[in-house]
Design a protein around this ligand. Structure first.
Ligand code: AFP
Length: 352
């Protein structure tokens, strides 16, 4: 009971009430020489996200479901919500004045501004779009790079094609039963939940840590016959299938793992980040370089997983060390708990 009333007092966690805006401002005050531009850029992204969220939530009522009839640069059919989300992010970021360059999964070329904006934004405006019409979790993914010489030069393509280890902030938003924004500015990964009544993101999962081992694997097993024998061997091991000489359970790994696959990277990655385990979209005979995009999907996720103590690889190399050669480059992506990702790499190297 509280001292002054008969109403039972409720223990409110200390973090409740911290908005995304305050969290970002706090980071700015801690950074010597910060100008407020980065903070303002993240606030613009948060605005775009809230606009997209509101349309995703009511898409079925506002004729925003279904296809536009066009295909994007990857040859994929474009959904109306893809276009809407892309336009919102483009408009908000261009108007912010902070971006010297913007690149999106949905547009052919990077937009190189004729300004001296200090940042570069890369994003997948609506990930998992094949799940839109069936009300399954979808998301937005982004990464921010700092321009190398914003005062002296106008932006150019090589400035956009940089390895993920140079990212200064990355995040994703999951439009699921609630809207969750996971953000890292290089000091851990933090989760914020949108309070729809107030229209603000509040800190709900400070300092997320990805467990070092999990109990679930997330992979499109329909591709099994298209994988190399090494990847098939890994898949059998993790399912606890010892036919054809696949190795038995290894000490510490509690195989068989449970299978969980949504088909929206944001949803599969979010579960893996919080609960541990592994998400894998390896190369196969159909997608020879993997399916996921390095700049818009793999790099931001890899940055977030590493910030949370997890790992991300293409099977051989660290994702964040890959030097991109083109905007829409694809890569195999294996994300998750450090030990689970390590085991995958051993299988791929033929060590198991
Ligand atoms: P879309 O955004 O084109 O639907 O692609 C989703 C995605 O890039 C990623 O979010 C999923 O992890 C992956 O594709 C699913 O691919 P499969 O349908 O081949 O399993």
């Amino acid at each position: 009971m509280s001292e002054h009333s008969s109403i039972p007092s409720i223990k409110v966690p200390a973090v409740v009430g911290t908005t995304l805006r305050e969290h970002v401002l706090h980071g700015m005050h801690a950074a010597p020489g910060a100008t407020g531009e980065f903070t303002s850029l993240l606030n613009h992204i948060s605005l775009a996200i809230r606009i997209i969220n509101s349309r995703v939530r009511s898409a079925g009522l506002s004729e925003l479901l279904g296809y536009t009839g066009e295909t994007n640069v990857q040859g994929e059919e474009v959904q109306k919500l893809d276009t809407f989300s892309n336009d919102v992010l483009m408009n908000v970021l261009e108007r912010s004045g902070h971006c010297g360059a913007i690149a999106s999964e949905e547009i052919d070329d990077a937009i190189l501004a004729k300004n001296h904006g200090r940042y570069i934004a890369l994003f997948d405006p609506l990930d998992g779009s094949s799940n839109i019409d069936t009300n399954v979790g979808i998301g937005t993914i982004f990464a921010i790079l700092r321009r190398t010489d914003p005062k002296l030069s106008l932006p150019s393509l090589p400035e956009v094609l940089r390895p993920g280890r140079e990212i200064v902030a990355a995040g994703y938003v999951l439009y699921g039963p609630s809207t969750i924004f996971v953000l890292s500015t290089g000091q851990g990964a933090h989760g914020f939940t949108l309070d729809p009544a107030i229209g603000e993101f509040f800190l709900s999962q400070p300092d997320i840590r990805c467990p070092s081992r999990g109990s679930c694997f997330s992979v499109n097993e329909g591709n099994f016959t298209r994988w190399t024998p090494e990847i098939q061997r890994w898949a059998k091991w993790i399912r606890g299938d010892q036919s054809d000489g696949a190795p038995t359970a290894t000490a510490g790994f509690n195989t068989p793992y449970g299978a969980r696959y949504v088909g929206s990277l944001v949803a599969d990655a979010h579960r893996t980040l919080l609960k541990g385990g592994i998400f894998a979209y390896p190369a196969d005979t159909k997608s020879k370089n993997g399916k996921l995009r390095l700049l818009y999907e793999a790099n931001p996720m890899a940055f977030l997983f590493e910030q949370a103590g997890g790992a991300a690889t293409n099977g051989k190399d660290r994702i964040l060390d890959i030097m991109p050669s083109e905007l829409h480059q694809r890569t195999p992506l294996i994300l998750g708990s450090k030990d689970d990702v390590g085991a995958f790499r051993q299988f791929l190297a033929g060590e198991r």
